[in-house]
Design a protein around this ligand. Structure first.
Ligand SMILES: NC(=O)c1ccc[n+]([C@@H]2O[C@H](COP(=O)([O-])OP(=O)(O)OC[C@H]3O[C@@H](n4cnc5c(N)ncnc54)[C@H](OP(=O)(O)O)[C@@H]3O)[C@@H](O)[C@H]2O)c1
Length: 340
């Protein structure tokens, strides 16, 4: 059994991850930690756990993690994860970081978008971006896996095969995405307060959301040239899920069928990516509480515009589910273990 530690287990992704790990056939939850001073019964954070599970979330201690864990999941806020990662990697642990701290390869871009100095820049080039379906082989050998952001996951999966085959114009990409409120984490903020979010639908951080450079980095690697996107995030008054509507101009003589077939072929062996048949489109209800990414396609003949819709559960395929999928790949477990 592989021993797993979850740092930040009281948060939304930490709790979701703990739930998945407790049900996983090949791992043991050996440590759950918090910044708080006193231990917290897991049941207080995760009331759905079985009666006989007496686990506690205990104050963080590096020595305890060193002793008890083979793999460490960082469910900490971005800018808070990098120092912990550096210490744990030096101690020989495999680290799966759910924060953004090791997703960007260029230190200057990280520092510009996250507004802090990077304290472990030596690991930026060593980290493997944990988009499982695309970087499967690199993930199998990685010591540090940078789990992708919730917004980047769906659009990246949809656009990478199309950019690789040059089926869309790399200069024409617009991503409109709407996230459920859990995407903002558990901490309180005025914008995610019930009275502000409920019965509302609003755009935020237009052209300045920190996931923009992450998406651009991934798409540039696929296109083989620098890709710039327009990214407009929205807050949707549901608990969980992200639906992204992506627009791009088609190139050459591409057809809707050709685009769909390209996606189907790219994800033929991928258990968690489902390409919808013609005339059907993803919806949040189909993916909530699952690790699936659903993709739907339409091409407007008159304008040559490709419209792609993706849906994921931000806490699963966008965070904890993808983290478990990464662990499965890294440790040679079946990719679906604990996720279906
Ligand atoms: N929510 C999502 O949909 C989502 C998706 C993908 C990635 N992520 C990323 O995953 C990480 C965790 O996200 P989350 O949504 O689980 O956040 P969260 O609900 O706010 O939980 C983060 C946890 O980290 C701990 N923590 C340690 N240092 C902290 C600090 N200085 N300030 C605040 N909390 C601190 C807190 O636990 P204690 O107070 O018990 O220590 C808190 O419960 C973030 O980096 C986030 O960007 C989130």
């Amino acid at each position: 059994m592989l021993n797993c530690a979850v740092l930040g287990a009281t948060g939304y992704t930490g709790a979701e991850l703990t739930k998945l790990l407790l049900a996983h056939p090949h791992v043991r939850v050996s440590l759950l930690t918090t910044r708080q001073e006193k231990p917290i019964a897991l049941r207080e954070v995760l009331p759905s756990v079985a009666k006989d599970i007496k686990l506690e979330i205990t104050p963080y201690s590096f020595d305890a993690v060193k002793k008890k864990a083979d793999v460490v999941f960082l469910c900490l806020p971005h800018t808070e994860a990098m120092a912990a990662a550096e210490q744990l990697l030096a101690a020989g642990k495999i680290v799966i970081d759910l924060s953004a701290d090791f997703r960007l390869r260029d230190r200057k871009i990280y520092e510009k978008w996250y507004g802090v100095n990077h304290v472990a820049p030596q690991y930026l080039s060593k980290a493997v971006y944990g988009l499982c379906e695309v970087y499967r082989e690199q993930i199998k050998k990685a010591d540090l896996i940078a789990n992708p952001g919730c917004y980047p996951t769906g659009p990246s999966l949809a656009l990478i095969p199309l950019l690789k085959k040059k089926l869309i114009d790399f200069r024409s990409i617009i991503i409109n995405a709407a996230s459920g409120v859990s995407g903002a984490g558990k901490k309180l903020a005025t914008t995610t307060h019930f009275c502000e979010a409920s019965e509302n639908y609003s755009a935020y951080k237009v052209n300045r959301h920190q996931h923009t450079p992450e998406i651009e980095q991934t798409l540039s690697a696929a296109a083989g040239k620098p890709v710039k996107i327009t990214f407009v995030p929205h807050l949707l008054p549901v608990n969980r899920g992200i639906l992204a509507t992506i627009y791009a101009q088609k190139t050459a003589k591409t057809t809707e069928d050709g685009i769909r077939k390209t996606l189907e072929r790219a994800y033929q062996q991928a258990p968690f990516v489902r390409v919808k048949p013609a005339g059907q489109y993803p919806s949040l209800k189909d993916v909530q509480h699952t690790n699936f990414c659903d993709i739907g396609v339409s091409v407007q003949k008159e304008t040559g515009r490709v419209v792609i819709i993706t849906a994921i559960d931000n806490l699963l395929k966008g965070a904890a589910g993808q983290a478990v999928q990464n662990m499965n790949l890294r440790f040679g477990f079946p990719e679906e273990a604990g996720l279906l």
